[in-house]
Write a protein that binds this ligand. Structure first.
Ligand code: NAX
Length: 326
């Protein structure tokens, strides 16, 4: 058996955290031969609820769960951590402006970045799930100058998975048949789900669906899927969000399937004209615990416009919290 690795989850008593912890402990994220030590972070008022989560984790008698730590101290939660899933965030309250929301989250992700910087493994892989995920990841990254900036990522895998399913359903195929989906940009309603490179059972997706459906139904449905789930369930996506977080980390740690890629919010490096300074979702291939942006894909005028619109939104989010990046 391998040595255990440390996996930190923030907001561990919340809806997503409650799904995540159990699936990670059962080996879904890092494999059935990789023991884990879970390091669970919550705010002080939620520690009782977190205690209940710990009790249930123990009651599962998971063979791969080497230990569980529950704390309200980020310095403890991130000590030597190899993976950090930053889920806990401040939701938008009534009457809250976007700038207030960004700043309130800055007050969470800045200190957490600092704690990661001080205590985490030097190779820690960080995934920000808590919204606004891309900009929260940027804030955490800026607060962790001693860590590799590439290791701060944001989750758009749920959008990627949602898009794959929509396409499979429309063409009466299985989701396994869909490859090379792309989500560009921000995890928000400006994200751009792009099927121009997609294949379904080996054939170009664009030849299997009408362009009108793609532009008028598919793109808005993927962009608005989160809201549709809230309307149906009366609560936001939780199990699917946790599943996507696990997919993101598993791809990053263990690699992507040959001939395919995944969407990850990663620091922009100038690829496709998206200048550094934002965490932007790109198609990425992962290998040996690292990722690289897939470059040189052809970009149509239609795509270019949508990629720029979501970039513009990210720059505006950045401008609203610029003082936190210094
Ligand atoms: P919940 O409100 O159920 O849980 C959040 C938990 O975080 C709470 O238990 C809270 O006590 C804790 N928390 C708050 N501040 C904290 C801090 N400073 N340190 C540690 N814990 C803290 O929300 P949930 O449904 O689990 O959603 C969590 C976040 O995921 C939200 O920001 C949500 O918007 C975001 N999502 C992101 C998605 C994505 O694709 N990137 C999709 C799903 C989800 O909407």
């Amino acid at each position: 058996m391998k040595n255990p690795v440390r996996v930190a989850i923030t907001g561990a008593a919340g809806n997503i955290g409650y799904q995540l912890a159990f699936r990670i402990a059962s080996g879904d994220m890092l494999g059935k031969d990789q023991p884990v030590i879970l390091q669970l972070l919550e705010i002080t008022p939620a520690l009782d609820a977190l205690k209940g989560v710990v009790m249930e984790l123990r009651d599962c008698a998971f063979p791969l769960l080497a230990d569980v730590i529950a704390t309200d101290d980020a310095n403890v939660a991130f000590a030597d951590t190899d993976y950090a899933l930053l889920v806990g965030a401040r939701p938008r309250g009534p009457g809250m402006e976007r700038k207030d929301l960004l700043e309130a989250n800055g007050a969470i992700f800045g200190p957490q970045g600092k704690a990661l910087n001080a205590h985490a493994s030097r190779d820690v892989k960080v995934l920000v799930v808590g919204n606004p995920a891309n900009t929260n990841a940027l804030i955490a990254q800026a607060a962790a100058p001693d860590l590799n900036p590439r290791n701060f990522t944001a989750m758009t895998r749920l959008d990627h998975n949602r898009a794959m399913w929509q396409l499979a359903e429309k063409t009466d195929k299985h989701v396994n048949d869909v490859q090379k989906m792309i989500i560009w940009g921000n995890h928000s309603a400006t994200q751009y789900p792009d099927i121009s490179q997609c294949t379904i059972a080996g054939q170009a997706a664009t030849s299997q669906v009408a362009n009108d459906w793609y532009e008028s139904t598919f793109i808005p449905d993927v962009q608005q899927r989160g809201a549709a789930v809230i309307k149906a369930r009366g609560a936001s996506s939780a199990a699917s969000a946790a599943s996507a977080a696990i997919d993101h980390m598993r791809s990053w740690a263990l690699g992507t399937a040959s001939g395919d890629w995944v969407s990850m919010g990663v620091p922009a490096d100038g690829s496709y004209g998206i200048e550094p300074g934002v965490i932007y979702s790109f198609p990425c291939v992962c290998e040996k615990g690292d990722y690289r942006i897939v470059t040189d894909l052809p970009i149509s005028d239609f795509s270019r416009e949508k990629m720029q619109a979501t970039d513009e939104e990210l720059r505006q989010e950045r401008a609203a919290i610029e003082d936190l990046l210094r």
